[in-house]
Design a binder for this molecule. Structure first.
Ligand code: T3D
Length: 260
Protein backbone atom coordinates (compact mmCIF):
# COMPACT_ATOMS: atom_id res chain seq x y z
CA UNK A 1 0.00 0.00 0.00
CA UNK A 2 1.51 3.34 -1.00
CA UNK A 3 1.78 6.10 1.58
CA UNK A 4 1.97 9.81 0.77
CA UNK A 5 3.35 11.02 4.09
CA UNK A 6 5.44 8.09 5.33
CA UNK A 7 8.02 5.79 3.91
CA UNK A 8 8.41 2.22 5.10
CA UNK A 9 11.23 -0.24 4.87
CA UNK A 10 11.85 -3.53 6.59
CA UNK A 11 15.09 -5.29 7.33
CA UNK A 12 15.81 -8.32 9.48
CA UNK A 13 12.49 -8.14 11.32
CA UNK A 14 12.70 -4.38 11.98
CA UNK A 15 10.15 -2.07 10.38
CA UNK A 16 11.32 1.50 9.88
CA UNK A 17 8.58 4.12 9.57
CA UNK A 18 9.91 7.46 8.36
CA UNK A 19 7.70 10.53 8.71
CA UNK A 20 8.14 12.09 5.30
CA UNK A 21 7.13 15.75 5.21
CA UNK A 22 10.59 17.25 5.58
CA UNK A 23 9.60 20.66 4.12
CA UNK A 24 7.46 21.30 7.23
CA UNK A 25 9.71 19.39 9.64
CA UNK A 26 7.41 16.33 9.40
CA UNK A 27 4.51 18.24 10.97
CA UNK A 28 1.51 16.04 11.68
CA UNK A 29 -1.25 16.55 9.16
CA UNK A 30 -4.42 14.50 9.65
CA UNK A 31 -3.41 12.47 6.58
CA UNK A 32 -0.03 11.63 8.08
CA UNK A 33 -1.66 10.60 11.36
CA UNK A 34 -4.14 8.41 9.52
CA UNK A 35 -1.33 6.67 7.62
CA UNK A 36 0.66 6.21 10.80
CA UNK A 37 -2.31 4.61 12.48
CA UNK A 38 -2.82 2.32 9.48
CA UNK A 39 0.78 1.14 9.61
CA UNK A 40 0.86 0.69 13.39
CA UNK A 41 -2.34 -1.35 13.39
CA UNK A 42 -1.52 -3.17 10.11
CA UNK A 43 1.97 -3.98 8.84
CA UNK A 44 3.59 -3.34 12.24
CA UNK A 45 1.46 -6.07 13.82
CA UNK A 46 2.76 -8.80 11.48
CA UNK A 47 4.55 -11.55 13.37
CA UNK A 48 7.56 -11.14 11.10
CA UNK A 49 7.99 -7.58 12.40
CA UNK A 50 9.68 -7.86 15.80
CA UNK A 51 10.75 -4.24 16.35
CA UNK A 52 9.54 -0.90 15.00
CA UNK A 53 11.50 2.30 14.48
CA UNK A 54 9.76 5.65 14.00
CA UNK A 55 12.00 8.41 12.69
CA UNK A 56 11.87 11.55 10.56
CA UNK A 57 13.05 12.48 7.09
CA UNK A 58 15.38 15.45 6.72
CA UNK A 59 16.59 17.50 9.66
CA UNK A 60 13.63 17.05 12.03
CA UNK A 61 11.91 14.25 13.88
CA UNK A 62 8.53 16.01 14.01
CA UNK A 63 7.40 19.61 14.65
CA UNK A 64 4.03 18.59 16.11
CA UNK A 65 0.62 19.42 14.70
CA UNK A 66 0.70 20.93 11.24
CA UNK A 67 -0.17 24.47 12.20
CA UNK A 68 -0.64 25.45 8.56
CA UNK A 69 -3.40 22.94 7.90
CA UNK A 70 -4.95 22.58 11.36
CA UNK A 71 -7.66 24.84 12.58
CA UNK A 72 -7.17 25.24 16.30
CA UNK A 73 -10.56 26.89 16.61
CA UNK A 74 -12.56 23.75 15.90
CA UNK A 75 -13.29 20.81 18.19
CA UNK A 76 -9.70 19.89 18.97
CA UNK A 77 -10.87 17.28 21.50
CA UNK A 78 -12.56 15.36 18.70
CA UNK A 79 -9.49 15.69 16.46
CA UNK A 80 -7.29 14.34 19.23
CA UNK A 81 -9.60 11.41 19.87
CA UNK A 82 -9.98 10.56 16.18
CA UNK A 83 -6.46 11.18 14.91
CA UNK A 84 -3.85 11.34 17.66
CA UNK A 85 -5.04 8.97 20.39
CA UNK A 86 -5.27 5.91 18.11
CA UNK A 87 -1.58 6.35 17.28
CA UNK A 88 -0.59 6.59 20.95
CA UNK A 89 -2.73 3.55 21.79
CA UNK A 90 -1.41 1.54 18.86
CA UNK A 91 2.19 2.07 20.00
CA UNK A 92 1.27 0.96 23.52
CA UNK A 93 -0.59 -2.09 22.24
CA UNK A 94 2.15 -3.44 19.95
CA UNK A 95 3.75 -6.44 21.67
CA UNK A 96 7.25 -5.50 20.50
CA UNK A 97 9.68 -2.64 21.11
CA UNK A 98 8.83 0.62 19.37
CA UNK A 99 11.84 2.94 19.18
CA UNK A 100 11.66 6.66 18.45
CA UNK A 101 14.73 7.50 16.39
CA UNK A 102 14.89 11.19 17.19
CA UNK A 103 17.05 12.52 14.37
CA UNK A 104 16.37 16.23 14.96
CA UNK A 105 13.86 18.52 16.59
CA UNK A 106 10.77 17.06 18.29
CA UNK A 107 8.17 19.68 19.25
CA UNK A 108 4.60 19.66 20.57
CA UNK A 109 2.79 16.53 19.50
CA UNK A 110 6.05 15.46 17.84
CA UNK A 111 7.50 15.29 21.34
CA UNK A 112 4.37 13.39 22.44
CA UNK A 113 4.96 10.88 19.66
CA UNK A 114 8.55 10.31 20.78
CA UNK A 115 7.42 9.94 24.40
CA UNK A 116 4.72 7.42 23.46
CA UNK A 117 7.40 5.08 22.08
CA UNK A 118 9.14 2.53 24.31
CA UNK A 119 12.62 4.01 23.89
CA UNK A 120 14.19 7.13 22.49
CA UNK A 121 17.40 6.80 20.54
CA UNK A 122 18.80 10.27 19.92
CA UNK A 123 21.00 11.69 17.23
CA UNK A 124 23.50 14.16 18.64
CA UNK A 125 21.44 16.76 16.71
CA UNK A 126 18.18 15.84 18.50
CA UNK A 127 16.46 18.58 20.46
CA UNK A 128 13.15 18.84 22.20
CA UNK A 129 10.76 21.66 22.90
CA UNK A 130 7.41 21.16 24.56
CA UNK A 131 6.02 24.03 22.43
CA UNK A 132 2.31 23.69 23.29
CA UNK A 133 2.06 26.74 25.52
CA UNK A 134 4.07 28.71 22.95
CA UNK A 135 0.95 28.68 20.79
CA UNK A 136 -1.43 28.99 23.75
CA UNK A 137 -2.34 25.28 23.88
CA UNK A 138 -1.78 22.59 26.49
CA UNK A 139 0.04 19.28 26.39
CA UNK A 140 -1.76 16.62 24.41
CA UNK A 141 -1.36 13.26 22.68
CA UNK A 142 -0.05 11.70 25.89
CA UNK A 143 2.59 14.32 26.67
CA UNK A 144 1.20 15.17 30.11
CA UNK A 145 1.11 11.43 30.94
CA UNK A 146 4.58 10.41 29.79
CA UNK A 147 6.66 13.56 30.35
CA UNK A 148 6.32 13.82 34.16
CA UNK A 149 6.84 10.08 34.47
CA UNK A 150 10.12 10.36 32.60
CA UNK A 151 11.54 13.62 33.96
CA UNK A 152 9.56 14.31 37.15
CA UNK A 153 6.72 16.73 37.85
CA UNK A 154 8.73 19.88 38.51
CA UNK A 155 10.93 19.53 35.46
CA UNK A 156 7.92 18.70 33.26
CA UNK A 157 6.27 21.92 34.41
CA UNK A 158 9.44 23.91 33.83
CA UNK A 159 9.79 22.53 30.29
CA UNK A 160 6.10 23.13 29.57
CA UNK A 161 6.10 26.78 30.59
CA UNK A 162 9.52 27.73 29.21
CA UNK A 163 9.33 25.83 25.90
CA UNK A 164 13.10 26.07 25.95
CA UNK A 165 15.07 23.82 23.65
CA UNK A 166 16.63 20.78 25.30
CA UNK A 167 19.62 19.40 23.41
CA UNK A 168 20.55 15.73 23.15
CA UNK A 169 23.05 15.77 26.02
CA UNK A 170 20.56 17.34 28.43
CA UNK A 171 17.78 15.08 27.16
CA UNK A 172 19.91 12.06 28.01
CA UNK A 173 20.75 13.42 31.45
CA UNK A 174 17.11 14.10 32.42
CA UNK A 175 15.66 10.86 31.04
CA UNK A 176 14.10 12.19 27.85
CA UNK A 177 16.49 10.09 25.78
CA UNK A 178 18.06 6.68 26.36
CA UNK A 179 21.19 6.86 24.24
CA UNK A 180 22.89 9.15 21.73
CA UNK A 181 24.56 8.22 18.47
CA UNK A 182 26.23 10.52 15.92
CA UNK A 183 24.00 12.27 13.40
CA UNK A 184 26.30 11.46 10.46
CA UNK A 185 24.94 7.93 9.92
CA UNK A 186 21.88 8.13 12.16
CA UNK A 187 19.24 6.70 9.80
CA UNK A 188 21.33 3.62 9.14
CA UNK A 189 22.62 3.14 12.69
CA UNK A 190 19.15 3.54 14.22
CA UNK A 191 17.85 0.91 11.80
CA UNK A 192 20.67 -1.45 12.80
CA UNK A 193 19.87 -0.82 16.48
CA UNK A 194 16.23 -1.76 15.83
CA UNK A 195 17.33 -4.82 13.89
CA UNK A 196 19.29 -6.00 16.92
CA UNK A 197 16.13 -5.66 19.01
CA UNK A 198 14.30 -7.71 16.37
CA UNK A 199 16.85 -10.48 16.82
CA UNK A 200 16.16 -10.68 20.57
CA UNK A 201 13.58 -12.77 22.44
CA UNK A 202 10.37 -11.16 21.13
CA UNK A 203 8.00 -12.63 23.72
CA UNK A 204 10.30 -11.67 26.54
CA UNK A 205 10.49 -8.10 25.23
CA UNK A 206 6.72 -7.96 24.78
CA UNK A 207 6.14 -9.09 28.36
CA UNK A 208 8.71 -6.64 29.72
CA UNK A 209 6.96 -3.86 27.78
CA UNK A 210 3.66 -4.94 29.35
CA UNK A 211 5.21 -5.02 32.83
CA UNK A 212 6.84 -1.63 32.52
CA UNK A 213 3.82 0.11 31.05
CA UNK A 214 1.57 -1.38 33.74
CA UNK A 215 4.03 -0.26 36.44
CA UNK A 216 3.21 3.35 35.58
CA UNK A 217 -0.20 2.88 37.19
CA UNK A 218 -0.11 -0.31 39.31
CA UNK A 219 0.48 -0.57 43.03
CA UNK A 220 3.04 -3.08 44.30
CA UNK A 221 0.56 -5.92 44.79
CA UNK A 222 -0.86 -5.60 41.29
CA UNK A 223 2.62 -5.42 39.85
CA UNK A 224 3.78 -8.54 41.70
CA UNK A 225 0.78 -10.42 40.31
CA UNK A 226 1.55 -9.23 36.82
CA UNK A 227 5.20 -10.26 37.17
CA UNK A 228 4.17 -13.79 38.23
CA UNK A 229 1.75 -14.17 35.33
CA UNK A 230 4.27 -12.75 32.86
CA UNK A 231 7.08 -14.96 34.13
CA UNK A 232 4.87 -18.04 33.75
CA UNK A 233 4.18 -17.06 30.14
CA UNK A 234 7.86 -16.42 29.48
CA UNK A 235 8.92 -19.66 31.15
CA UNK A 236 6.72 -21.67 28.81
CA UNK A 237 8.35 -20.22 25.71
CA UNK A 238 10.97 -21.68 23.38
CA UNK A 239 13.21 -18.67 24.02
CA UNK A 240 13.55 -19.55 27.68
CA UNK A 241 14.28 -23.22 26.94
CA UNK A 242 17.03 -22.17 24.54
CA UNK A 243 18.35 -19.48 26.89
CA UNK A 244 18.53 -21.81 29.88
CA UNK A 245 19.91 -24.72 27.84
CA UNK A 246 22.88 -22.55 26.95
CA UNK A 247 23.91 -22.78 30.61
CA UNK A 248 23.31 -26.54 30.90
CA UNK A 249 26.43 -28.51 31.94
CA UNK A 250 25.80 -31.05 29.14
CA UNK A 251 26.15 -28.22 26.59
CA UNK A 252 29.47 -26.96 27.93
CA UNK A 253 32.47 -27.49 25.74
CA UNK A 254 35.11 -26.44 28.24
CA UNK A 255 35.74 -29.95 29.56
CA UNK A 256 33.86 -29.27 32.82
CA UNK A 257 30.62 -31.04 31.83
CA UNK A 258 29.00 -32.64 34.88
CA UNK A 259 27.22 -35.48 33.10
CA UNK A 260 29.35 -37.09 30.42
O1 T3D B 1 -5.82 20.48 16.13
C1 T3D B 1 -4.72 20.04 16.48
O2 T3D B 1 -4.12 19.19 15.80
C2 T3D B 1 -4.14 20.57 17.73
C3 T3D B 1 -3.00 19.82 18.25
C4 T3D B 1 -1.88 20.49 18.64
C5 T3D B 1 -0.71 19.74 19.09
C6 T3D B 1 0.60 20.48 18.84
O3 T3D B 1 1.52 19.82 18.41
S1 T3D B 1 0.69 22.12 19.21
C7 T3D B 1 2.39 22.49 18.89
C8 T3D B 1 2.67 22.61 17.43
N1 T3D B 1 4.07 22.78 17.14
C9 T3D B 1 4.71 23.91 17.38
O4 T3D B 1 4.22 24.87 17.91
C10 T3D B 1 6.15 23.98 16.89
C11 T3D B 1 6.24 25.00 15.78
N2 T3D B 1 7.58 25.01 15.20
C12 T3D B 1 8.62 25.54 15.84
O5 T3D B 1 8.56 26.04 16.94
C13 T3D B 1 9.92 25.51 15.10
O6 T3D B 1 9.66 25.35 13.73
C14 T3D B 1 10.84 24.36 15.57
C15 T3D B 1 11.36 24.66 16.98
C16 T3D B 1 10.13 23.01 15.55
C17 T3D B 1 12.06 24.27 14.59
O7 T3D B 1 12.63 25.55 14.43
P1 T3D B 1 13.65 25.81 13.23
O8 T3D B 1 14.18 27.20 13.40
O9 T3D B 1 14.65 24.72 13.20
O10 T3D B 1 12.77 25.67 11.89
P2 T3D B 1 11.75 26.75 11.28
O11 T3D B 1 12.47 27.66 10.38
O12 T3D B 1 10.95 27.34 12.37
O13 T3D B 1 10.76 25.78 10.43
C18 T3D B 1 11.14 25.27 9.15
C19 T3D B 1 9.90 25.18 8.30
O14 T3D B 1 8.97 24.27 8.90
C20 T3D B 1 9.18 26.53 8.20
O15 T3D B 1 8.59 26.61 6.92
P3 T3D B 1 9.27 27.55 5.78
O16 T3D B 1 9.36 28.93 6.35
O17 T3D B 1 10.65 26.95 5.55
O18 T3D B 1 8.37 27.42 4.60
C21 T3D B 1 8.10 26.40 9.25
O19 T3D B 1 6.97 27.22 9.00
C22 T3D B 1 7.71 24.93 9.11
N3 T3D B 1 7.11 24.42 10.35
C23 T3D B 1 7.72 24.25 11.53
N4 T3D B 1 6.87 23.76 12.41
C24 T3D B 1 5.69 23.61 11.78
C25 T3D B 1 5.83 24.03 10.45
N5 T3D B 1 4.83 24.00 9.57
C26 T3D B 1 3.64 23.55 10.02
N6 T3D B 1 3.42 23.12 11.28
C27 T3D B 1 4.41 23.14 12.18
N7 T3D B 1 4.18 22.68 13.42
Amino acid sequence: MPYQNLSLDERGGALRITLARPGVLNALSLELLSELRTVLTGPATDDGVRAVLITGAGRAFCAGADLASTSVSGDIGAILEESYHPVVRAIAALPKPVVAGVNGVAAGAGLSLALACDMRLLSDQARFTVAFTGVGLVMDAGCSYFLPRLVGLGRAMELAVSNRRVDAAEALSIGLGDSIIPAANFAEDAFTYSQRLAEGPTLSYALVKRELRASLDNDLEAQLKLESASQSEAAASRDVREGVAAFSPTRRDDGRAANP
